[in-house]
Write a protein that binds this ligand. Sequence first.
Ligand code: PLP
Length: 243
Amino acid sequence: MQLPTSNSTPAISSNTIADPLAKVTARIQHAAEVAGRNAETVRLIAVSKTQLAEAVAQAYACGQRDFGENYLQEALEKQAALTHLRDIVWHFIGPIQSNKTRAIAENFAWIHSIDREKVAQRLNDQRPADLAPLQVCLQVNIDDETTKSGTSLAELPALAKAVNQLPRLQLRGLMALPAAANNADRQRLAFAKLRQALQSLQAQGYVLDTLSMGMSGDMAAAIAEGATMVRVGTDIFGVRSQK
Ligand SMILES: *Cc1c(COP(=O)(O)O)cnc(C)c1O
């Protein structure tokens, strides 16, 4: 079918994501180098919440495959518009309401934000049998902020134990969203706490390989403390309009 030119795929020169995405990739590489780590051990999750499907398609055209979304309805609409991008990997990173678990279990490969057993149980029960187990991280409220979701460090061992027993969930590691700090040392302190929590679970015998931590403003500190996934939105797609 001949498409009108106005609808055709934009040329590379009009890909506005390519340049910021390359800059973020270079920053990851640099931060890994400084930390004495192989940059290939840090996976970039492009956080596309509030961004249009077209922006996701542009990042995909640059080779980006992992995308993070926070709002279910918006994510489902974007996914429906992008079904032709077959090997795209969708990560759910937002707060999970228990009445939304079925759609999340059916439409994402990864979930970073499990913070209670009830939600984990529902996701397990609702994960379709023909899909691979859901890859999951437990979200930890590392600064014990009352306004934030995430399990406390005190409750983490019990939650890990419960989730590890669910056959349709594969527990991969921990995620945190620390309080914003503009100082690299304070950023590292919070990320170090999450790393230590992961190491403590590993010492108890859990096989875990994922530390999901670091965003646009603090990804270097997160990589210095062992992040294996950084979740970056603003520095790839630009400032979000208010939701
Ligand atoms: C929005 C969001 C991000 C990305 O934040 P930026 O500062 O835009 O890079 C990462 N993780 C979570 C959980 C988010 O909600």
